[in-house]
Write a protein that binds this ligand. Structure first.
Ligand SMILES: Nc1ncnc2c1ncn2[C@@H]1O[C@H](COP(=O)(O)OP(=O)(O)OP(=O)(O)O)[C@@H](O)[C@H]1O
Ligand SMILES: [Mg+2]
Length: 260
């Protein structure tokens, strides 16, 4: 494997599944909590397959034209400009739509003919109908944890994807990931992993989401830079999780139980 791939440690069979989905021209849906490695995984796979990656963070103002493209005024002329989805289709790249449930309905209309066996992208504005080359792949992700019921993907959309569920890496792997990302030795990362496990167990009671691998990397990075352990924990594993004083007190209790 090449040295300059974005660092990613596989947790299950996701690398093989991604490669198979790509090879067989099947779109992929990744679901999982915030900060568990979905974006990093897609970056890693795009580099591994040597395909260009077009990433779009979806939000409720995102229109189909933001993905497909639009005519722009350039020096008195109107010139067509491809959006990221169109660029990915034209170049045989990977288009990654992050938080796809946030996108408006007209976006899913664009995705449907691309994600069944037609694999076409009709561009109404230019009159073109692009046929996706074999190299093209659509990957979408979302976090099922904090979606309200209205924002769930329609069955007709979700049933167009091969889906992989992500979660935080198991402790042995997460320790290695956090150590590599932060430069903090594994022995010093270990208690943070233990703490994260305890904090994650509180999810659902008072917390919407458990502490993410991303926050663990932040914590270890601060500690490696010389910040006091307690201060780093407060700033990365308590404050970002909640604003509620009672919930924070509960979290601090867990910290005391682990670190004494
Ligand atoms: N398996 C892994 N291998 C390497 N790094 C990982 C892995 N899992 C998580 N990470 C680390 O966690 C960080 C957060 O991951 P990432 O940004 O991919 O999360 P995400 O699932 O896309 O979150 P969000 O839903 O908030 O976008 C990465 O920057 C990386 O440092
Ligand atoms: Mg992400």
């Amino acid at each position: 494997m090449s040295q300059d791939l974005p660092f990613y440690i596989p947790v299950g069979n996701e690398v093989a599944l991604f490669e198979l989905a790509w090879k067989h021209r099947l779109p992929l849906l990744l679901k999982g909590p915030t900060g568990c490695g979905k974006t990093r995984f897609v970056a890693h796979m795009a580099a591994r397959l040597a395909r260009p990656l077009y990433t779009v963070s979806c939000h409720d103002d995102l229109t189909a034209a933001d993905l497909t493209g639009r005519y722009l005024l350039k020096g008195g002329d109107t010139v067509w400009s491809d959006g990221p989805l169109t660029s990915a289709v034209r170049s045989g790249g990977i288009c990654y739509l992050d938080e796809v449930v946030e996108a408006r309905k007209d976006v899913t209309v664009v995705l449907h003919p691309l994600t069944d066996d037609r694999r076409i992208l009709p561009l109404d504005r230019t009159g073109e109908v692009l046929r996706a080359p074999d190299d093209f792949m659509l990957v979408v992700s979302y976090n099922p944890g904090y979606q309200n019921i209205l924002k769930q993907l329609k069955p007709s959309t979700r049933q167009r994807f091969v889906a992989i569920e992500f979660d935080f890496p198991p402790p042995e792997l997460e320790r290695g990931i956090v150590a590599t990302e932060s430069g903090l030795p594994e022995a010093r990362v270990q208690p943070l992993i233990l703490l994260a496990g305890r904090l994650r167990a509180l999810k659902g009671h008072d917390l919407e989401e458990g502490v993410s691998t991303r926050l663990l990397v932040y914590c270890a990075t601060l500690i490696a830079a010389g910040v006091d352990l307690r201060e780093a924990v407060q700033a990365t594993m308590i404050e970002p999780l909640s604003d509620d004083p009672e919930v924070k007190m509960g979290l601090e209790e867990v910290v005391r139980a682990v670190f004494g």
